[in-house]
Write a protein that binds this ligand. Structure first.
Ligand code: 5GP
Length: 225
């Protein structure tokens, strides 16, 4: 009776540093094979545990700038420490076309650019329960120097001030609850009336007529005006 758009939803998940958005996204991907994560390009150096083509495509600054000129990005921004980060255009549009929901794990600047180009994008902001907790989580991670940590804190404060650009905010004080909240958002977004392309309503008169002539049905008990 209802035909909805085949195209997947474009979803942005941003969040303050150490808010746990990476873990929420990982669980989301494990639980739903119709959701994919876009792998960004970056000019920042690869961390030891990271894998090229999985965490990011790691390229030089020159290569990144060549791709900007080539119009290869849906959006790009300088996020931490003057390094570029960007979302590849053709991969994302192709995935949406096949009906997959595509998650972009990008910062507030990128989110703003995408929302301007694609206003139907769903924007979710994941927050740590407090900045004290962020401090604790950064220390635990321990793979950055003081200058880098301070830069991350500044970015985090700046990002929190921009959550008005988002549609939803999820505080991650309990991972399984945060995950449930994000899943609820994505399920509801699939049910939006503006995703309907067509509604087929069968002829009412015909349906009633068929109903009445059905031999099994005792129509003497019903009074139809
Ligand atoms: P990290 O260096 O810790 O991997 O990521 C730092 C920040 O870059 C994160 O806040 C992440 O959301 C953002 N980021 C990652 N990929 C992209 C991208 O393609 N575009 C934009 N604008 N930001 C990104």
């Amino acid at each position: 009776m209802i035909k909805t758009k085949k195209q997947g939803n474009l979803i942005i998940i941003s969040g303050t540093t150490c808010a746990g958005k990476g873990t929420v996204i990982k669980k989301l991907l494990e639980n739903h094979n119709d959701i994919v994560l876009s792998v960004s390009y970056t000019s920042r150096p690869k961390r030891e545990h990271e894998i090229n083509g999985v965490d990011y495509y790691f390229v030089s600054k020159e290569e990144f700038e060549r791709k900007i000129k080539n119009d290869d990005f849906l959006e790009y921004a300088k996020v931490h420490y003057g390094d570029y980060y960007g979302t590849p255009k053709s991969e994302v549009l192709d995935q949406l076309e096949t009906g997959k929901d595509v998650i972009l794990e990008i910062d507030v600047q990128g989110a703003k650019q995408i929302k301007e180009k694609y206003p139907e994008t769903i924007l979710i902001f994941i927050m740590a329960p407090s900045m004290e907790e962020v401090k604790r989580r950064i220390k635990l991670r321990g793979d950055e120097n003081n200058e880098q940590i301070i830069s991350r804190f500044k970015v985090a404060y700046n990002e929190i001030n921009q959550i008005n650009n988002y549609n939803y905010v999820v505080v991650n004080d309990d991972l399984s609850l945060a995950l449930k909240k994000v899943e609820a958002i994505l399920i509801s977004e699939k049910l939006r009336v503006d995703r309907i392309e067509d509604v087929f309503v069968e002829n009412q008169e015909e349906i009633i007529h068929e109903f009445l002539i059905d031999k099994e049905f005792d129509n003497s008990k019903i009074n139809i005006e």
